[in-house]
Ligand binder design. Structure first.
Ligand code: SF4
Ligand code: SF4
Length: 143
């Protein structure tokens, strides 16, 4: 395995709960949501499938559904900047900011501090935890 940034540097992270990763200006990000994740969220909310799809999901492209983002805020972000579906939030949310595209290069990781104030705070994150998160994303991409 190549000696990429996260394997050779101590990575610190502590989420402050600021909610900025769930609200952003412009259309840089989407929140991808697989069918299985949609089912879990639908059941968690206790609404019908048709209602769930109409109200919360939009088609991004032929292969990808994403959560709706009205007014540059995820549809599930409440007024207090809390996630209304936290226990069943999509993988993309559960793994942020430990995404391969951010962890592969120090400059990408550092640049992400503009969006996430939890980067470089708190304790060093064990390498094994980072690798677990990356592996989970890799598996999901392969499905
Ligand atoms: S689903 Fe929850 S964690 Fe994910 S972007 Fe929306 S509010 Fe944030
Ligand atoms: S932007 Fe970073 S610190 Fe803020 S809620 Fe998201 S993960 Fe936590």
């Amino acid at each position: 395995m190549p000696r990429v940034f996260y394997r050779t540097h101590a990575i610190r992270f502590a989420c402050t709960g600021c909610g900025r990763c769930c609200a952003w200006p412009g259309d840089d990000y989407i929140v991808e949501v697989s069918r299985a994740e949609q089912r879990r969220i639908q059941e968690f909310l206790g609404v019908s499938w048709a209602w769930f799809r109409r109200r919360y999901v939009t088609r991004h492209d032929d292969d990808t559904d994403s959560l709706r983002i009205p007014e540059s805020r995820c549809v599930f972000l409440d007024a207090a900047n809390r996630c209304r579906i936290y226990p069943v939030r999509p993988l993309q949310c559960r793994t942020y900011p430990f995404w391969p595209e951010l962890l592969g290069q120090e400059k990408r990781w550092r640049a992400e501090r503009r969006h996430c104030e939890g980067i470089d705070r708190g304790e060093v994150v064990p390498l094994a935890r980072i690798q677990r998160l990356l592996k989970t994303q890799h598996r999901a991409d392969a499905e």
